[in-house]
Design a protein around this ligand. Structure first.
Ligand code: 13P
Length: 322
C-alpha cells in the first residue's frame, strides 16, 4: 500500500511559481485545503497540487486527508467520489461542468432497467460513472485495480461491467472471466487508431508503447505494456528503455517528464493530431483554481440517499487495493 497512501507534495518551490500559483498556495494554507489533481490536468495545476495521481491514488488520498476542504482538479465523477467518501468536508472543483463521456454513457435509469430484468447480476462499475450508477453497483474499480477486482467477484453471479467496453474487454482477456459489457467508451482514448500508433512506432522502433486500457483493441494489441496512468510512471521508471510512446491523454507527459526526467516521452498521436487532449480535463484552468480556492465554490454535492449507497462499493474497492 506504500506509495498509494503517502501524500507526496510535488508542488514546485515558491521561486519557480508565478504570482497566481503563489496566491493559490496562500489560499490553500488559509483554508486548510488539499489540492488533488489527476495526471491529465494542465502542468501548471499539477505543479501546485499536494498529490497528482490516477483515479485510485486520488480516491485513497481523499479517504485519508485531514484537510477541511478538498479542491479536486479533475472531472466531475472524481470530485463526486471524494464527496461520497467525505460527506462532512467541503469538496470544490475549479469547473463544475468538467464532465466525462464515459460517465455520461451510462444512464442510471437504463442500468436500473437492466438489473430489474437480470436480478442475479453483479455490477462492477469503473469509477468513471455517476454517483447514482455507483449506488446501483456492487463494487467499483479503476484501471489500476480492475483485474484484481474482477478476479475477486463471486463465481455464482453474472458480471456486468459498466460503462467502458474497452477496459471491460481488456479485463476479460486478463482474467478469463466472462462479463456482459456496457457499450460506453472514452471519447479521447478511442481517437488513437491502429494506423496512428503503427506510424509512431515505425518512427521510434526502440521505444516501448505504453497504452491505457481505455484504448480500442486494435491499439492495445500494439502495446508493450497496458496500465493505468500511475502504472505508466512506475513502468517507465523501472524499464531499461530510454524513450517511450505514451498512448493516453497528453497531460500525462508533464508528470512523466517531471518525475522521470532522464528519459524521453513521445505522445501517442491520433489520425489528426500529434497528441490527444481531453477537453473536459482541460476545462480546469489556473485562473479557475485560483477563484475556486478564494471563494470555496463551485461546491460538489451528492444527495444523501445516493451517497450512502454509493459509499459501500467504493469502500469495497478501497479494501481490495491496487
Ligand atoms: P486512470 O488515471 O485511473 O488510469 O484513469 C484515466 C482516465 O481515463 C480517467 O478518466
Amino acid at each position: 500500500m506504500k506509495g498509494i497512501l503517502d501524500v507526496e507534495n510535488r508542488a514546485a518551490s515558491p521561486d519557480q511559481l508565478g504570482g497566481l500559483q503563489r496566491d493559490i498556495l496562500d489560499f490553500k494554507k488559509q483554508r486548510n485545503a488539499i489540492i488533488l489533481a489527476h495526471n491529465y490536468q494542465l502542468g501548471e495545476i499539477q505543479d501546485v497540487a499536494d498529490y497528482v495521481g490516477d483515479s485510485l491514488g486520488l480516491s485513497y488520498q481523499a479517504s485519508k486527508t485531514g484537510a477541511d476542504v478538498i479542491v479536486f482538479c479533475g472531472v466531475h465523477f472524481m470530485a463526486e467520489t471524494a464527496k461520497i467518501i467525505n460527506p462532512a468536508k467541503k469538496v470544490v472543483m475549479p469547473d463544475i461542468h468538467a464532465g466525462c463521456s464515459l460517465s455520461d454513457s451510462c444512464d442510471p435509469a437504463d442500468l436500473r432497467r437492466y438489473l430489474s430484468e437480470r436480478p442475479n447480476t453483479y455490477v462492477v462499475a469503473y469509477i468513471n460513472c455517476s454517483a447514482e450508477v455507483k449506488s446501483l453497483s456492487n463494487v467499483i474499480c479503476t484501471s489500476g485495480n480492475a483485474v484484481k477486482v474482477v478476479e475477486g467477484a463471486p463465481r455464482d453471479r453474472e458480471i456486468l461491467f459498466v460503462p467502458d467496453e474497452n477496459l471491460g474487454q481488456w479485463v476479460m482477456e486478463k482474467t478469463g472471466r466472462p462479463m456482459k459489457l456496457w457499450k460506453g467508451f472514452c471519447h479521447a482514448h478511442v481517437l488513437f487508431t491502429h494506423e496512428s500508433i503503427m506510424r509512431v512506432r515505425r518512427e521510434n522502433p526502440s521505444a516501448p508503447v505504453v497504452a491505457h486500457p481505455e484504448c480500442v483493441k486494435s491499439v492495445r494489441m500494439l502495446a508493450d505494456h497496458i496500465c493505468s496512468t500511475e502504472g505508466m510512471v512506475k513502468f517507465t521508471r523501472e524499464n531499461e528503455a530510454g524513450s517511450f510512446i505514451i498512448v493516453t491523454e497528453e497531460g500525462m507527459l508533464h508528470r512523466l517528464r517531471k518525475e522521470v526526467p532522464h528519459k524521453k516521452f513521445i505522445p501517442g498521436p491520433t489520425n489528426h493530431c500529434p497528441c490527444n487532449r481531453c477537453e473536459f480535463m482541460k476545462m480546469n484552468t489556473l485562473e479557475k483554481l485560483h477563484a475556486c480556492l478564494r471563494d470555496l465554490q463551485p461546491e460538489v454535492d451528492v444527495p444523501e440517499e445516493i451517497r450512502r449507497r454509493a459509499l459501500q462499493p467504493i469502500e469495497r474497492m478501497l479494501s481490495i487495493g491496487r
